[in-house]
Write a protein that binds this ligand. Structure first.
Ligand SMILES: NC(=O)c1ccc[n+]([C@@H]2O[C@H](COP(=O)([O-])OP(=O)(O)OC[C@H]3O[C@@H](n4cnc5c(N)ncnc54)[C@H](OP(=O)(O)O)[C@@H]3O)[C@@H](O)[C@H]2O)c1
Length: 258
């Protein structure tokens, strides 16, 4: 089962899982968005809004859950980000994911094990200005995933975290403009510099289908690590982060942003 499979990375993962023979449920808020997905033997489309517990029903025999549904907001300095934006992001990216995951654990345990795959973001590895709210919601999932992995390994449930870089989806397109922080005089110069820097990663934008292939490889990688990238940029960042003294990594990143 994949959450947020109406479009973007989630839809691509559902298609890739079905292509590899998984009996796949593409869950989404509006099932009309899934009308063009392959028919009954490939992908089943079901309604699921992660912020609405009454809509969460998981199939018996569930072996793979991909917690993909996610939202972001205007990128603003911590000083100016409205509390409602923090609450909205955490409602979906953290509390919604927790609600689905809580229900998946007993179902998977009963099925003899499985894989819980959380989609976070490689941005948590870099102190990117104006992304504090989004990064915090994803970093919360990192911590939840680590504890969960330690709790459920005994049931044969593997927990993995995918940390995408820039993947070509509507979410990436929406963020492909100068940060809303330019409206705040004290942060304008930094926002403009950040936008210039953004041009440098444009060549790394990766199609969702390619990311999905790497994500499903990770799901099937039985003895693999906890964390994976799913594109060249995030795989490079993860390798750099893994291989470097953390203080040195953050210092280097801070220098490049400020
Ligand atoms: N694209 C990137 O560059 C990138 C980078 C790092 C991490 N990510 C993460 O990857 C995941 C997928 O992102 P994407 O780029 O594919 O974004 P996207 O194109 O905006 O798709 C987001 C998906 O999440 C769904 N969703 C939002 N709120 C939901 C809710 N309450 N319940 C169920 N589904 C909900 C959306 O459904 P609707 O169609 O109903 O709105 C949509 O299917 C997210 O967790 C995102 O944070 C993406």
């Amino acid at each position: 089962m994949v959450t947020g499979a109406s479009r973007g990375i989630g839809r691509a993962i559902a298609i890739e899982l079905a292509a590899r023979g998984f009996d796949t449920v593409a869950s989404m808020r509006n099932t009309a968005d899934g009308e063009d997905l392959p028919g009954p033997s490939g992908i089943r489309v079901e309604r699921l809004d992660v912020t609405d517990p009454s809509s969460i029903a998981l199939p018996d025999g569930l072996r793979v859950l991909v917690n993909n549904a996610g939202v972001e907001s205007d990128n603003l300095p911590v000083e100016h980000m409205p509390l409602e934006s923090w609450q909205r992001l955490f409602a979906t990216n953290v509390f919604g994911l927790v609600e689905v995951t809580k229900r998946a654990v007993p179902t998977m345990r009963a099925a003899g094990g499985g894989v819980i795959c959380n989609i976070t973001s490689s941005s948590t590895l870099a102190p990117v200005p104006f992304l504090g709210t989004y990064r915090a919601s994803k970093a919360a999932v990192t911590a939840i995933g680590e504890s969960l992995a330690a709790e459920v390994a005994q049931f044969g449930i593997r927990v993995i975290e995918i940390m995408p870089g820039p993947i070509e989806t509507e979410m990436l397109a929406a963020s492909d403009r100068p940060s809303a922080a330019v409206e705040h005089a004290e942060y304008r110069e930094l926002a403009e510099r950040l936008w210039e820097g953004r041009q440098g990663i444009r060549a790394s934008y990766t199609p969702a289908g390619e990311a999905a292939r790497r994500i499903v490889d990770a799901i099937c990688d039985d003895d693999g690590p906890l964390r994976y990238g799913c594109d060249d940029l995030s795989e490079g960042m993860l390798a750099g982060w893994n291989g470097t003294d953390n203080a040195q990594w953050v210092r280097g990143m801070l220098r490049s942003f400020s």
